[in-house]
Design a protein around this ligand. Structure first.
Ligand code: 3H9
Length: 695
């Protein structure tokens, strides 16, 4: 075997050349891989090889371009050079695919004449998730094989499809069961057959039937635009991907390629993709904890306990059942337990991605009980009871008694002190916060909270299990509200002040919605219920929320809150009565109302969050600035095309942000406007919050 480059080798099996890519961890198309592909194809031609097999070592086929090279200096041949060497080769080229053929990886495979894949392989063009589009012919070749509707679906969602689905559309020519050796043997046999039978050098670019049949028909494009409108709001890449497929349909192949290139470059050099590529690595970095090395022992979690079968507890339990981990769920009485389990079942039944068999299978993994002693065989127990310190301490003392000595005890608290909770047990090193976000079976964020005594194994287990159940886990320190809610609280203070000064709830919400957040603070309050934590007996009309509750406004649940809600559609309408109530309240407090600009709303809602994020980072409650961004993107819907609050502040310019924070500190006051020393220092030094890391 000859090493062509550090990651590509070449050998012959009879008269068939085998090019092997070995570029861990995911065989990304780094410059030396592209160089190796070009050299390997040249060698195969020089050797007069009858056919070529392209195969990858390790856990996967090529999973895409090397994202870490983007934005850097171009080195080595282009991907297109490597693709042309394959597509225009004088002998059949067979791609042997296992793991995932994604992005540039699939685009390489589409330039082979034939594709053989393991049944377990997956295929996709996920560039949209990086704010990009497939820039190496993917948008022109994929619809030629799978048809326009499926190609549109794949490029706008980034969805991976399996081998069986890929084979239906001709994306794969042969699917085989077995391991990597079997794949290699099958690809070699396919190559031998192609030579013996003189099979044509099938070029995807020449297959025009499926694109030509749609020419002049706008229906598939209208349909996908309508389908993704809500999810794609604010993003450029989904629309650009659609335009590329339109080009595939309406233009000759080479013209379509040019259009794809043009749009690709536009996205690649724009701010959205830069933010989304940053975010890709931020999410992966979040899983790494400097003082908990990779080889830290992780507890073997074979059964999970969940205390509380309410909305939160039920949602948490579903996460584990979804990945085959049995769950014991305990409620204080049978009626509440039955109600909770009923909701879980309904959630499964409503989910379009769960078949009736899967519903039964998952429900069979969830065992209900009213006796905490049944947690006895659980390796991890997560408490999801009411947010009250006395109650949490009682619960943990009891869990400590009934759980086996090596079990890890976790609290789903969203702000309470983990050390105080842990102190109720005899095993504080095995106590940790695992803060799920509602709805817990849907939201991707898991904010794990380390206590002063949480052991490396406890932390490593919480992080690992998070990944196992498909969450993005971030480790926070034990401060009030941890990362996410501590920042959110500062925004709330300013939003409440703004409406007293003359902004309307609708204006504040609109500014934040237009920024890209899913909803603003007042719509959020209405959704949660205005009366959470409110008591009629103690209500003294001293805040806007209190007077709202006193006047019978409870939020969405009774159709009246900061907005009024249509009883049928639940659509909100701004309510002039609310604006009057707020104005009267402000007048009574001696606050003069004025016109507030949208820019002021934006700054006053977001800069306190940035400032608080910087304080959290400075105080060591977040490991890195990018972790703060991961919390906000996954837990609160911060638009990923703006990177996250830390990245966004850096892109605005920290000097400008610091300037405005100081201005508001002078004019408005309040501890949340006192500038974070870290932010002030980075602003002076030209540093970046999103790159700042502790430890
Ligand atoms: C593209 O192809 C553009 C072309 O159309 C046009 C070109 C002209 N590059 O996710 P994991 C690293 S755009 C560099 O934890 P998993 C990752 O950072 C690309 N590095 O593993 C991590 O490093 P570390 C289109 C990459 O098993 C390690 O690999 N392709 C890349 O959970 C393991 O990653 C995509 O968007 C990359 N492309 O999931 C696919 N990919 O260990 C992106 C991964 O230091 N990748 N790394 O933290 C994925 O979706 C997942 O990584 C994959 C494996 C499913 C492959």
């Amino acid at each position: 075997m000859a090493e062509l480059t550090e990651s590509v080798s070449y050998e012959r099996d009879g008269d068939v050349a085998i090019i092997t890519v070995d570029n861990p961890p995911v065989n990304a198309l780094s410059w030396h891989v592209r160089q190796g592909l070009v050299d390997g194809m040249a060698q195969a031609v020089a050797d007069d090889s009858a056919a070529v097999v392209l195969i990858c070592a390790g856990r996967t086929f090529i999973a895409g371009a090397d994202i870490s090279e983007f934005g850097g200096e171009a080195k080595g041949p282009s991907l297109q050079d490597a693709q042309s060497a394959m597509e225009d080769a004088p002998m059949p080229v067979v791609a042997a695919i296992h793991g995932t053929a994604l992005g540039g990886g699939l685009e390489v495979a589409l330039c082979a004449h034939y594709r053989v894949a393991l049944a377990s392989a997956k295929f996709g063009l996920p560039e949209v998730n990086l704010g990009l589009l497939p820039g190496a012919g993917g948008t022109q070749r994929l619809p030629r094989l799978v048809g326009v509707p499926k190609a549109l679906d794949m490029v706008t969602s980034g969805r991976h499809i399996g081998s069986a689905e890929a084979a239906e559309g001709g994306l794969v020519d042969e699917v085989i069961d077995g391991d990597h050796d079997a794949l290699r043997a099958a690809a070699l046999a396919f190559a031998a057959r192609a030579v013996a039978n003189n099979m044509p050098l099938a070029k995807v670019r020449e297959r025009n039937e499926l694109v030509e049949s749609v020419r002049g028909d706008s229906a598939p494009f209208d349909a996908i635009r309508a389908k993704i409108a809500r999810k794609a709001r604010g993003f450029l890449a989904p629309e650009y991907n659609i335009r590329c497929i339109e080009a595939a349909v309406n233009l000759p192949f080479d013209e379509g390629l040019k259009e794809e290139r043009r749009l690709f470059m536009e996205l690649m050099t724009g701010p959205q993709s830069a933010a989304q590529r940053y975010y890709f690595f931020a999410e992966r970095a979040a899983n790494k904890v400097p003082d908990v090395p990779k080889d830290t022992p992780v507890a073997d979690v074979r059964r999970v306990g969940v205390l509380g079968a309410g909305t939160m507890g039920g949602g948490i339990a579903m996460n584990f059942a979804n990945v085959g981990i049995p769950v014991t769920i305990v409620e204080r009485d049978q009626e509440s337990l039955d109600r909770g389990l009923g909701v879980v079942r309904k959630n499964y039944e409503r989910s379009r991605s769960t078949t009736p068999e899967q519903v039964e299978q998952r429900m069979s993994l969830i065992t209900g009980s009213t006796d905490q002693a049944d947690f006895g065989d659980c390796d991890l127990v997560i408490e999801a009871v009411f947010e009250d310190m006395d109650l949490k301490q009682q619960v943990f003392a009891k869990l400590d008694e009934v759980c086996k000595p090596d079990a890890i005890l976790a609290s789903n608290t969203s702000y309470l002190n983990i050390d105080q909770i842990a102190s109720a047990t005899s095993r504080p090193s095995q106590v940790i916060g695992m803060h799920f976000f509602s709805p817990a079976n849907v939201m991707k964020l898991l904010e794990n909270v380390r206590g002063a005594e949480s052991s490396p194994t406890t932390i490593a287990t919480a992080m690992t299990i998070g990944k196992q159940i498909g969450k993005v886990a971030v480790l926070a320190g034990n401060c009030d509200g941890f990362i996410g809610n501590r920042m959110l609280a500062r925004r709330r203070v300013e939003a409440d002040r703004l409406i007293l000064e003359g902004a309307t709830p609708e204006q504040v919400d609109r500014v934040l919605y237009d920024f890209g957040l899913p909803m603003g603070p007042f719509a959020m309050s209405d959704l949660a219920g205005l009366d959470i934590g409110w008591k009629a007996e103690t209500s003294s009309g001293s805040t806007v929320r209190e007077i709202m509750c006193e006047s019978g406004r409870r939020g969405q649940k009774n159709g009246r809150g900061y907005y009024t809600y249509d009883p049928e559609t639940r659509a909100p309408t701004p309510d002039p009565e609310v604006v009057d109530m707020i104005r009267d309240f402000a007048v009574a407090k001696g606050i003069e109302q004025r016109e507030v600009t949208d820019q002021e709303v934006l700054e006053r809602c977001l800069y306190p969050m940035v400032n608080e994020g910087a304080k959290i980072l400075d105080e060591g409650y977040a490991i890195r600035g990018s972790d703060v961004d991961v919390v906000w993107v996954n837990g609160y819907g911060w638009p990923v095309y703006r990177g996250g609050p830390m990245y966004w502040a850096d892109s605005v310019g920290l000097a400008e942000v610091a300037d405005r924070i100081r201005h508001y500190a002078d004019t408005l006051g309040g501890s949340h406007w006192q500038i974070s020393p870290l932010l002030a220092r980075l602003a002076d030094e030209g540093g970046k919050l999103h790159q700042h890391a502790n430890g």
